[in-house]
Design a protein around this ligand. Structure first.
Ligand SMILES: [Co+2]
Length: 483
């Protein structure tokens, strides 16, 4: 399932980069400002305080002048020690007859080797700036919140959902032909998924255990994303010259395999399909994170986007005698996935950007790309794709309409925050819910999702895989021998 890139995406990420790390602002701090704070210009604990001023004897007699040297003549260790010993004998009884050179003070101009000044080999520590408690807590919480991914059940369930996806899509690839309706295809996919998972989803809570991740998307030609047949609509019949994007999701316990492919019945689109498949596979290949114990390359979202754009734009395709350079869609993005949440909050555009956000171990990503012969910019089409409970909306909201309260309960029990469509509500027996739905939307509880399209007459394609960034490798769950 595609995600529309927020308009202020880039600005938002710049904001994150400069605001979230309060204690790491050394680069932006005026030089020496921490010294003003310290009052004495010392750097940390060792070396700045009076006990360790480099003199060693604490007598403050300024004996350093006696050891003043020419630039190239450092005293031998024994000379320094001998000189010190003599003076010590005169003042008080010598403490100890060691062979370790006693540190001396630096001269002006500085000429004494640092190894004399710091015979132990320990140098003054740099300024220590503690991470804030909230930074440590946030990093630990993020990591611990993702530890589920090391659980064998989590991996096995993800693999199972992916196998359901592969088997359902094989049926589409083998059986769908021009002349069939989009409704036939959508229901065929959805019936397959529910049957293979063993969850018909007709009892409250059943479809939360396992089921469809979002409404099956079937987009033709210039339609880019988020089209699904709605009840009572005129049938759309697939034509021989159509190019169709098939995007559906399978979830177990709310963890969604989000994967999509494009099919055509005419070879004229082969080049377009190959270009987008290449762009997606390039994105999958470069998606990574910095291994904690190696000096690997730290992958940022901007790196993945740049690689995707380069791959996509390297393809020139010919369709009906006209040549096109395949354009990545500028306002759609790949995304991370969280439990019961198809768009986890990280977006990966298909065009260059400066987003320094990193990918992290244990994160699930849906790496998808869309390529088009049109403008490369989608806008809302008429109609509705689906609805989803707003993640931030409170659970108990005073609603004026009884139908809205009923519908709210139905949604919570059957979909939670998964996106659903009108067909999914209808099969649960929900009736006359449109006024209630409008009420939920206007109260900010439910978010509507609209179909997205490029200019008419253009052609577009999509490929998408779901992967997990594991400790030492990534697992592309949805990979098959088809794509
Ligand atoms: Co997606």
């Amino acid at each position: 399932m595609g995600t529309k890139t927020p308009e202020n995406e880039h600005r938002r990420h710049y904001g994150d980069a400069s605001n979230s790390d309060g204690a790491c602002h050394v680069g932006g701090e005026p030089r020496g400002s921490h010294m003003h704070r310290d009052g004495d210009g010392c750097l940390g604990d060792a070396g700045g305080d009076d006990e360790s001023d480099g003199d060693g004897d604490g007598d403050g007699d300024g004996d350093v002048e006696e050891t003043s040297l020419g630039p190239l003549e450092a005293p031998s260790t024994t000379e320094v020690v001998d000189a010190k010993k003599k003076r010590k004998k005169n003042k008080k009884k010598s403490k100890k007859k060691g062979t370790t050179p006693v540190p001396v003070k630096q001269t002006s101009p500085p000429r004494i080797l640092l190894t004399y000044l710091f015979p132990s080999g320990e140098y003054p520590e740099g300024e220590m700036q503690n991470y804030t408690k909230s930074q440590i807590a946030a990093a630990e919480a993020r990591y611990e919140a993702r530890l589920y991914y090391k659980d064998d059940d989590f991996i096995q369930n993800y693999r199972k959902a992916a196998e359901v996806h592969r088997q359902a899509r094989r049926w589409v690839q083998e059986s769908v032909k021009p002349g069939q309706t989009l409704l036939d295809v959508a229901e065929g996919i959805e019936d397959s998924v529910r049957a293979l998972l063993g969850h018909a989803g007709l009892q409250p809570g059943d479809s939360l255990k396992a089921g469809l991740g979002f409404p099956t998307g079937l987009c033709l030609n210039h339609q880019m994303a988020h089209y699904t047949p709605n009840p009572g609509q005129k049938d759309v019949v697939i034509q021989q010259h159509d190019v169709m994007k098939v995007d559906f999701g399978v979830h177990i316990n709310g963890w969604i395999v989000d994967s999509a492919f494009t099919m055509a019945f005419d070879h004229i689109y082969d080049g377009l399909l190959a270009a987008v498949k290449d762009a997606t596979n390039t994105g999958v290949k470069v998606t990574s994170f910095l291994l904690r114990w190696t000096a690997g390359i730290d992958v940022r979202i901007s790196d993945v986007s740049a690689a995707i754009q380069e791959a996509m734009e390297s393809h020139e395709v010919e369709i009906r005698g006209k040549t096109f350079r395949v354009k990545p869609v500028r306002n759609l993005s790949a995304h991370d996935i969280k439990q019961y949440r198809i768009h986890g909050g990280k977006s990966i555009p298909f065009v260059k950007n400066s987003d320094q956000t990193k990918m992290e171990e244990g994160e699930v990503f849906a790496i998808e790309t869309f390529g088009t012969t049109g403008r490369g910019y989608v806008r809302d089409d008429v109609g509705i794709y689906g609805y989803g409970l707003n993640h931030d909306a409170p659970l108990a909201v005073p609603l004026p309409l009884a139908s809205a309260r009923r519908l709210h309960k139905t949604i919570r029990e059957n979909f939670s925050t998964l996106v659903f469509c009108r067909r999914y509500l209808d099969r649960l027996g929900a009736e006359r819910y449109l006024a209630g739905m409008n009420c939920l939307v206007s109260n900010g509880i439910v978010e509507p999702h609209l179909p997205l399209m490029d200019i008419e007459g253009s052609y577009s394609a999509q490929f998408e895989h779901t992967l997990l960034l594991r400790e030492t490798h990534k697992e592309v769950f949805s990979r098959g021998d088809d794509y």
